[in-house]
Design a protein around this ligand. Structure first.
Ligand SMILES: [Zn+2]
Length: 300
């Protein structure tokens, strides 16, 4: 099958990787350049082709196909990009435009799906649970997203929103969401939502990291309240997903995935809300770090 080429297209940087092959995901080459997204859509397309040129020149290898991970997704019915926070991409036929220039086929997937595929096939999951069939990869950071992987393949879905549990309804107190709904998971347990909750009571804005420290010191009641809110709603939100998918493993990525409490108290809270007497779902920390997105793109 030959080397796998992947690109992680972000708002500030575009990263490319070449992996030796699917069974030996050794990195042959890795390069990153700035996206310069403010210069518009056609410039972003040019930057992608420039990156591929650099990688081709440096390795002597030529791609026959390419996977791209993006913050948004391709609308399966229209073929246009949507939900990208690099807004210049929205409404554009990125796949077709790149294929016209590069003359080979391209696959585009949401970056949470790329994360989930990478962790499910070459990251945290195979090490702990090699027989896992269904994996839910969670991104919890400034936003909340996720990807469903079944036998190594991401489930994109009819509308391209497979795994997007961050916009499930969770609790009114989350308030308005940019998606137009109210009380989304993301508005309750994402980093900024928790910081907003803390500030709304104390009047003092603190980053989540500091709130966590104050929680562990045990002297700040509102920090304790904030962390309890995270645990309670993480439990309820994830239990919804488990009752539908019943995945073998859940990988917790994004900034909040580093919070050890989620793997102890958080999992206990999940157990309270799951439609079963025991909770056997395996919760894992990601293993690939920053590389998961670009590796997952290569695996597309
Ligand atoms: Zn929402």
């Amino acid at each position: 099958m030959g080397p796998l080429w992947g690109i992680d297209l972000g708002g500030t940087k575009i990263e490319g990787v070449i992996l030796e092959d699917r069974d030996h995901p050794r990195v042959l080459q890795r390069t990153r350049i700035s996206t310069e997204a403010h210069k518009g859509y056609h410039h972003i397309v040019k930057r992608i082709t420039q990156l591929i040129e650099v990688m081709t020149t440096e390795t002597g290898l030529k791609p026959h196909t390419l996977g791209i991970g993006t913050p948004g997704t391709v609308d399966p019915l229209l073929g246009t990009m949507k939900n990208c926070n690099t807004t210049a991409l929205n409404g554009r036929m990125l796949k077709e435009d790149l294929e016209d220039i590069l003359q080979f086929s391209i696959k585009i997937a949401n970056d949470a799906n790329c994360f989930a595929v990478a962790e499910a096939t070459m990251g945290a999951v195979p090490e702990r649970l090699p027989q896992a069939e269904v994996v839910f990869g969670v991104i919890m950071g400034t936003g909340v997203g996720g990807g469903v992987v079944v036998n190594g393949k991401a489930i994109r879905g009819r509308q391209g929103i497979g795994g997007e549990w961050g916009h499930n309804f969770l609790h009114e107190s989350g308030g308005d969401c940019y998606c137009g709904k109210v009380g989304c998971v993301e508005q309750v347990i994402a980093g900024p939502a928790l910081e907003r909750f803390y500030a709304s009571i104390t009047g003092i804005p603190r980053p989540l990291k500091e709130i966590m420290q104050r929680y562990h010191q045990g002297k700040d009641d509102v920090a304790i309240q904030t962390v309890n809110r995270l645990i309670e709603f993480f439990g309820k939100g994830i239990a919804h997903v488990i009752n539908i998918l019943d995945p073998d493993a859940i990988v917790l990525g994004g900034g909040l995935g580093n919070i050890d409490l989620l793997y102890t108290r958080g999992v206990e809270e999940v157990a309270k809300h799951v439609f079963n007497h025991t909770l056997d779902t395996v919760f894992l920390k990601p293993k690939l770090g920053d590389s998961a997105g670009v590796f997952g793109a290569a695996l597309l």
